[in-house]
Design a protein around this ligand. Structure first.
Ligand code: HEC
Length: 223
């Protein structure tokens, strides 16, 4: 990826596309052969349907990396093998070459699937402001630091404990309704009720007055 040769862009794109289509083919099917035989040899003893240590059964776990749970299970497998935690220390060690081959293949599948997901969903999903952010934004835009609209807006959902995650911030007609009503009230509060147009002096000259006069006309455009 650090290669910046001009022709490498297309080549990289093509190879990513190839890897991505290969993954689609194997997504719900069997594991790559090197991974399968590595697991059979070094892991099944404790991780089959019968033993299932750590609730992990490699006879049932499919690759299917588009499934988020499967994806994180395979990341764990990769990481615990790479750090040497699995198989456990008292077990015979897998040959370094065999381990490296199987884990490289697995890592490649994981990175390609993650890249495909990012292409599809983007790195950061677009989301609306939550109600706290919305209140702060109105305060800043309208210059009314004490403005309170938060309690008039529906409570925001949470995802993994966060109230700023796109998947928890839905937008319904109830939201639209209450947010628009909140904006109306905020505008009422922020705009003073002028009864008469303030006097504008036409006699004074000088830069300060001109700026003041321009500012007044601009304000009149908006109210
Ligand atoms: C001698 C038994 C044994 C062997 C062999 C073994 N494991 Fe484990 N494994 C365990 C036990 C016990 C646990 C649960 C305790 C723990 O998490 O350390 C576990 C947990 C795990 C977990 C964590 C599961 C989770 O959800 O947190 C992973 C991943 C894992 N093993 C992968 C492997 C892989 C890959 C191999 C083969 C390279 C392997 N194990 C070989 C006994 C074994």
């Amino acid at each position: 990826m650090r290669n910046h040769h001009p022709s490498s862009g297309l080549a990289r794109w093509l190879s990513l596309a190839l890897v991505a289509s290969a993954i689609r083919l194997t997504a719900t099917e069997a594991l790559p052969r090197s991974v399968r035989s590595f697991l059979d040899r070094h892991c099944l003893e404790c991780h089959d349907a019968e033993t299932k240590k750590g609730q992990l059964d490699f006879t049932a776990l499919r690759l299917n990396l588009t499934n988020a749970e499967n994806f994180s299970a395979w990341v764990k497998v990769h990481d615990r093998v790479r750090t040497g935690e699995m198989p456990p220390q008292k077990q015979p060690r897998p040959a370094a070459k065999e381990l490296d081959r199987a884990m490289s293949v697995l890592a490649k599948e994981l990175t390609a699937s993650d890249a495909a997901r990012q292409d599809r969903d983007g790195r950061v999903p677009v989301r609306r402001l939550n109600r706290v952010e919305f209140e702060h934004t109105l305060r800043d835009l309208l210059g009314v630091p004490g403005l309170k609209v938060l309690n008039d807006l529906p409570a925001d959902g949470r995802s993994h404990g966060f109230d700023r995650a796109a998947d928890a911030l839905e937008f319904s007609f109830v939201h639209l309704d209450t947010y628009l009503a909140a904006v109306d009230r905020a505008l009422d509060l922020a705009t003073p009720d002028f009864v008469d147009r303030p006097p504008v002096s036409n006699t004074a000259t000088g830069r300060g007055t001109t700026i003041a006069r321009t500012a007044t006309s601009v304000i009149w455009l908006f109210i």
